[in-house]
Design a protein around this ligand. Structure first.
Ligand SMILES: NC(=O)c1ccc[n+]([C@@H]2O[C@H](COP(=O)([O-])OP(=O)(O)OC[C@H]3O[C@@H](n4cnc5c(N)ncnc54)[C@H](O)[C@@H]3O)[C@@H](O)[C@H]2O)c1
Length: 262
């Protein structure tokens, strides 16, 4: 898939692994300058080395990658990453809220305060800080901008993950819709991508899952769960982030191979 991202500045959170890595590489390939934000410094360095070695199909790709270490659950990180984009390029065109952490299928009766707070601070509070900082920047610049947020199927159906994750991802969709509506006349768009099961580090440890919760979640699903790839999600993200999607605002695009249709 090819979209026009030349001269576009994009901030991607959780950029060093999984979907964020793919989104970052695809944006860089298609001409964007990317501020790649992650809590994992080593993984960010690896991303930079990989992009240098792979020689992505666009001139000076590695010079358009700006790595930025930070924890997005903190307001300061979110404000600083937006400021970094503006400092380096004079503007921000797109924010991709991708970083997230999952639980282990725990129902609310087995959810500790620590788990609830950890998931909410990364999956909902962090994107809220980022969206707020991005909107302030979009309002200051002539061409506005747009936001793509990675929620989950668990943001549309409460029975597809642990209690805290589902609640946080539902909140993200509500925040994205509110943002889309409030700023629809200000040249700001806000959309969501809802992946189903995607093969990344997040889905690689089934042995840690809460057995009762996992059985309840599985009971409501087709037994043959189709797994997608980070590329499947990146394709949807780049489309929504591109100017080709200029009239799409407040949408939630499901990327799950059909598993949520039952
Ligand atoms: N993998 C799936 O099946 C799946 C399904 C639906 C939704 N999602 C969502 O997609 C997004 C990406 O997931 P993934 O599967 O690529 O995950 P992943 O675990 O493979 O990668 C997540 C990246 O985010 C970074 N990160 C985690 N916490 C952070 C923090 N506090 N600050 C900054 N960076 C942080 C990690 O270091 C990592 O590089 C998440 O929001 C996740 O909830 C994933």
């Amino acid at each position: 898939m090819s979209f026009k991202f030349e001269n576009k500045t994009v901030v991607v959170t959780g950029a060093a692994a999984g979907m964020g890595e793919q989104i970052t590489k695809d944006l860089i390939s298609q001409g964007a300058t990317v501020v790649a934000v992650d809590i994992n410094k080593n993984a960010l360095e690896n991303l930079k080395n990989n992009i240098e070695q792979e020689g992505l199909p666009n001139a000076k790709a590695n010079q358009r990658l700006i790595i930025f270490e930070g924890d997005i659950s903190k307001r300061e990180t979110n404000e600083a990453m937006i400021a970094k984009a503006v400092e380096e390029t004079g503007k921000l065109d797109v924010l991709v809220n991708n970083a997230g952490v999952a639980g282990h299928s725990e129902p609310i009766g087995e959810t500790s305060d620590d788990d609830w707070n950890r998931i909410f601070s990364v999956d909902l509070n962090g994107p809220m800080f980022a969206i707020r900082a991005a909107v302030k920047q979009f309002l200051e610049q002539e061409n506005g901008g747009n936001i793509v947020t990675i929620a989950s199927m668990a943001g549309l159906k409460g029975c597809r993950s642990c209690a805290a994750y589902g609640a946080a991802k539902h909140g993200l969709i509500g925040l994205s819709e509110n943002t889309a509506y409030m700023y629809m006349h200000k040249n700001i768009r806000s959309n969501v991508v809802c992946p189903g099961a995607i093969k990344t580090g997040m889905t690689s440890r089934p042995e840690l899952e809460n057995q009762f919760g996992r059985e309840r979640i599985r009971a409501g699903m087709d037994p043959e769960i189709p797994f997608g790839t980070p590329k499947d999600v990146a394709n949807a993200v780049l489309f929504l982030a591109s100017d080709d999607a200029r009239f799409i605002n407040g949408a939630s695009l499901v990327v799950d191979g059909g598993i949520s249709c039952n």
